[in-house]
Design a binder for this molecule. Structure first.
Ligand SMILES: [Ca+2]
Ligand SMILES: [Ca+2]
Ligand SMILES: [Ca+2]
Length: 111
């Protein structure tokens, strides 16, 4: 199981979708469960992206290999440094291999 990194421009208004895809190494025979949570770093929930409260339960049913989740980044016209947040995986069921468990979201300031 892996999750990708996302690097995109911030944008100046509205929202930009940062899409994180969790991919299993193979099609599961039994359901695979895990949780994800979105962690602020230099990018702060609320001001830089739409908060994802708590931890989110995810289930891969048999035959499903990939799922995509979106973090919505807020555009602005403020001059600031590039900012980062994390898309973390945790609590993976024992029938799945745990590979790259952290996706980095890098917001490129464009102001
Ligand atoms: Ca901007
Ligand atoms: Ca910003
Ligand atoms: Ca900015």
């Amino acid at each position: 199981m892996n999750v990708n990194d996302v690097t995109k421009n911030e944008g100046n208004s509205g929202y930009t979708d940062f899409n994180f895809t969790i991919t299993l190494s193979d099609f599961p025979i039994d359901a695979v469960t895990l949780r994800y949570w979105v962690q602020s770093e230099s990018a702060v929930a609320g001001s830089d992206f739409v908060p994802v409260p708590g931890t989110v339960n995810v289930t891969f049913n048999p035959g499903v290999k990939a799922k995509t989740f979106t973090v919505k980044v807020k555009g602005d016209r403020v001059r600031e440094l590039n900012e980062r947040f994390f898309f973390n995986l945790a609590g993976v069921s024992s029938n799945a291999y745990f590979g790259k468990y952290q996706g980095k979201g890098t917001i490129l300031n464009d102001d």
